[in-house]
Design a binder for this molecule. Structure first.
Ligand code: HEC
Ligand code: HEC
Length: 483
């Protein structure tokens, strides 16, 4: 063996040893033992290290022109089949990147946030969206490799595209991150953005299951952006107001309208989300960077509980306060569900993705930066108060049984309202939720609960409180921004 090869092996072995020593402990600072994912045990967990630029794709600095394009696309109703809804409708800066509702109202509804109604006449919605629209803070961080409440989009190198995803091998190549992959999907959902079959060609393609083929959802959307769809407000190819924006966002890659694909759009949308909604300057973040005065003493005591006796960090672990894993915590189930369980109105969470009984009713541990801003809380928005969902964690099954479906924030419509409560009001379904629960009750005093609440409020980045700057004055298609 040559000397240089030997040296290389030695160097590798050295790094491997370092990795093995450092990796299991996970974090740079703090005392106590690593907890793993044990539940109900009162471990000491570690306070994570401070978030740094390198934690984000492209060090948190995607190309400015790509961010600018993504900002327009995020707000442009041109991406919806009936040109009546955009990503922002359910993830609006004026509603802290959510919609303020327990469950969103998709295409056909009118109004923004909690004022949104279920639509009228032929346009009225057919169903509610079955899960809460999550906030989009910090999803540009590399460690967010699993997207959605059930992680059905996730980084997986064994798949040709590099991602396990609902479209399987139909997913095109060239998507930058799991966040970009996500942006491929709302546009093909009838309820969210595509519209009902018979209403427009995108809805028809979606119903036929044609996403990636000729005449499929993604090609039809690209044709719109190219100005090659006669029904587009800016039909006429080279005059597409999007052409220059795409050229600037993808220099050398896009020279002509024909070069524009929906994959480019998805990558631009992800760049916008990642850049605009990075939120790591909360008092807690400043504390982690060394400013020991950044949090109140009460919040600091809450932090110690969170990473200690309250056991929160058994799941809300790591820099972004999530283990990116799935847990069943007896969350009350409301809404139209995912076509499973009693009358198809239930939601079994991760189990529907993996087919594993062990994943029954498990949902992804949410990240907690800005959590005080992002209600309602839970995968179906069951809780309309932050303290309510925290208290739920302290005695999940009792809280499940005491849950009042009136708490849900849902624009009323009698037929939908009736479906919303079927699972919760069914004793057998509720018993099944209770049986799946893996979170043991934990006794905390009122003072300790107040301290935990103070800590959760110290997770708010002041830069996320006023997000008006992310709302464009107009969009290239000229379609209205009002909801
Ligand atoms: C009708 C409302 C609605 C519209 C429109 C919508 N979304 Fe969402 N979004 C949701 C819901 C609901 C979920 C959660 C679904 C789930 O987990 O099963 C979600 C999830 C997400 C997530 C994942 C968040 C996480 O923590 O995993 C991102 C990112 C996102 N949406 C971005 C977008 C983008 C980009 C668009 C436009 C292309 C869009 N959304 C359009 C309702 C909507
Ligand atoms: C066994 C793992 C686990 C532990 C321990 C845990 N959580 Fe959670 N937490 C979850 C999961 C999973 C969810 C989402 C459940 C769902 O949506 O169905 C959640 C949701 C939340 C939410 C709502 C976030 C949102 O955006 O909707 C808050 C707030 C929260 N947890 C705080 C805490 C606090 C405070 C503690 C400690 C007292 C704690 N959690 C302990 C797993 C855990």
């Amino acid at each position: 063996m040559k000397n240089t090869q030997l040296k290389l092996i030695n160097v590798c072995a050295f790094f491997l040893t370092v990795l093995m020593v450092v990796w299991p402990s996970g974090f740079a600072k703090g005392g106590g033992k690593k907890t793993g994912h044990g539940h109900g045990k009162s471990h000491q967990a570690k306070v994570p290290a401070a978030i740094v630029d390198a934690d984000y794709h492209e060090n948190g600095l995607p190309l400015g022109a790509r961010v600018a394009l993504g900002n327009f696309l995020f707000f442009d109703k041109e991406l919806s089949g009936n040109r009546n809804i955009s990503c922002a409708t359910c993830h609006h800066p004026l509603a802290d990147t959510g919609d303020g509702l327990s469950l969103p109202v998709g295409e056909g509804g009118h109004g923004l946030g909690v004022t949104r109604d279920t639509g009228t006449g032929a346009d009225e919605i057919h169903e509610r969206v079955p899960r809460n629209a999550p906030p989009i803070f910090n999803l540009g961080a590399r460690e967010f490799e699993r997207i959605y409440h059930d992680g059905r989009v996730e980084v997986d190198p064994s798949h040709p595209s590099g991602f396990r995803n609902p479209a399987g091998n139909d997913l095109p190549l060239g998507l930058d991150s799991a966040l970009a992959v996500q942006a491929m999907f709302p546009v093909q959902s009838a309820t969210e953005m595509a519209g009902q079959s018979g209403e427009n060609p995108i809805a028809d393609a979606a119903v036929a299951g044609n996403l990636a083929g000729p005449g499929g959802v993604w090609e039809l959307l690209a044709l719109r952006l190219q100005g090659q769809d006669p029904t587009s407000p800016f039909y006429g190819g080279e005059s597409s107001p999007y052409l220059q924006l795409f050229k600037d966002a993808f220099p050398g890659e896009i020279n002509d309208v024909e070069d524009i694909t929906y994959v480019h759009a998805a990558n631009a949308i992800a760049a916008f989300e990642a850049f605009s909604w990075r939120a790591d300057n909360s008092p807690f973040d400043r504390y982690l960077r060394g400013d020991k005065e950044a949090m109140s003493k009460e919040a600091e005591r809450g932090m110690k509980l969170f990473y200690g006796a309250a056991g929160c960090a058994e799941c809300h672990s790591g820099k972004f306060q999530t283990d990116h894993d799935f847990h069943a915590i007896a969350m009350p189930q409301i809404g139209p569900g995912k076509g499973i369980g009693l009358n198809g109105l239930d939601d079994f969470g991760r189990e529907a993705v993996t087919g594993e009984a062990a994943d029954h009713r498990k949902f992804r541990t949410p990240t907690l930066r800005n959590v005080a801003l992002t209600g309602p809380w839970g995968h179906d928005g069951a809780y309309n108060s932050l303290e309510g969902i925290v208290r739920h964690h302290l005695d999940p099954v009792t809280s499940l049984d005491a849950y009042d479906t009136e708490e849900a924030v849902l624009p009323p419509r009698p037929d939908l309202d009736a479906l919303d409560v079927v699972i919760h009001n069914d004793a057998a379904s509720r018993a099944d939720i209770a049986a799946a629960n893996e979170l043991a009750p934990r006794a905390l005093s009122e003072k300790q609960i107040n301290e935990l609440m103070a800590f959760l409020r110290a997770l708010t980045d002041p830069g996320s409180i006023d997000l008006r700057i992310d709302v464009p004055i107009n969009v290239p298609s000229g379609l209205p921004l009002a909801e």
